[in-house]
Design a protein around this ligand. Sequence first.
Ligand code: NAD
Ligand code: ZN
Length: 373
Amino acid sequence: MQKILSNNILDTGINHVKNVENYVFGKGSISYLKKIIDQQNKNKKKNLVFFIDIFFKSNGLPNISEIVEGSDLVLYVDSSNEPTTTAIDSYTRYIKNYFKAKPSIIIGIGGGCTMDIAKAVSNLLNNYGDAENYQGWDLLKKPGVFKIGIPTISGTGAESTRTCVMTNTKSGLKLGMNSDYTVFNQIILDPDLTKTVPSDQYFWTGMDAYIHCIESLSGRYRNPVGDSFSKQTIQLCRDIFNSNDMKSDANREKLMIASYLGGCAIATSYVGLIHPLSAALTVKLGIHHCLANCIIMRGIHEFYPSEYNEFWNMVKKQNIKIPKDVCKNLNENQLEDLYDLTIIHEKPLTNALGNNFQEIFTKKKVIEIFKSL
Ligand code: NAD
Ligand code: ZN
């Protein structure tokens, strides 16, 4: 794939693009899961690990109870906390101790948190060492265990990207394992699964797709395929979030496609200013990724003026709550921490502002943005 900018820190060599190997799409398509597992296991019984979002512990999930057998392991993920390196390492150790042989398939059913845990654990089962050893670009040596992703909420694109995001418990750095080996082998996109998502959460997470793509399209590291994915994702988001019922059957289907395409877009490009600021809010204040992005949109008019207007019109149209004044009670030291946690994300900041990004994104400017939220 042709790159428009090279010879700088953005040139990570993502020019031989890896996509998800197989996907099934459509209402009720979770019913294909059994067939896919049987094919992968060649109809022999082998151990499975299911990571399932905690919401489904009490709310049930179609077709799952008939697939899970006694020797399989079902782990419910409490997605009220985003993944950390410590959590990933302890899941991996637990699975290694639980089975005599390695499990044959890892299945992640949930939002970005659950899918990212499934991706990371699959990688670590086949690569020596701890999660933090692989935070960065192209550090994994071997493919992970066969992994299947089944999103139950749409927007992050975790189902289609080559990363799985986690916060390093020691350094506080929020960074993924960016690697071709992180891409799911199989995904199932079943829009029936997103019916139960509460409206605010549906919007916050859905907007991650929009935000990934506005950042990517205004960046310096561009390629024609990524741009096409981004443009289509943004158009789908506009259709959905300017409509009267963002959660209609048709719109949930569209958002699932937007999320997938947005993930494909971001897999070959970079985000911009919103994600580094948002990551700082997550690490410092524990605000979840997608909500943190929406909060950051309050402070970003100078850099993304038309997208700012479009975003806040969609918030109004859908009557969504976005918390205000989240940094109001922070002292100067805490605001400086937020600056430090933002500025470490060199690649997206370079993508947005160029190699001299610190001259534009000064400490004063970044702190001003946090104060304006
Ligand atoms: P999430 O996993 O944080 O879940 C959000 C909430 O939605 C949770 O309360 C969960 O219980 C609930 N939920 C999920 N499905 C539901 C359903 N069908 N019905 C009712 N409730 C449901 O969701 P998210 O916003 O998709 O993921 C955020 C995470 O994704 C962050 O950790 C972020 O860093 C990560 N992320 C990853 C990538 C990637 O490429 N890997 C990209 C962007 C973000
Ligand atoms: Zn995001």
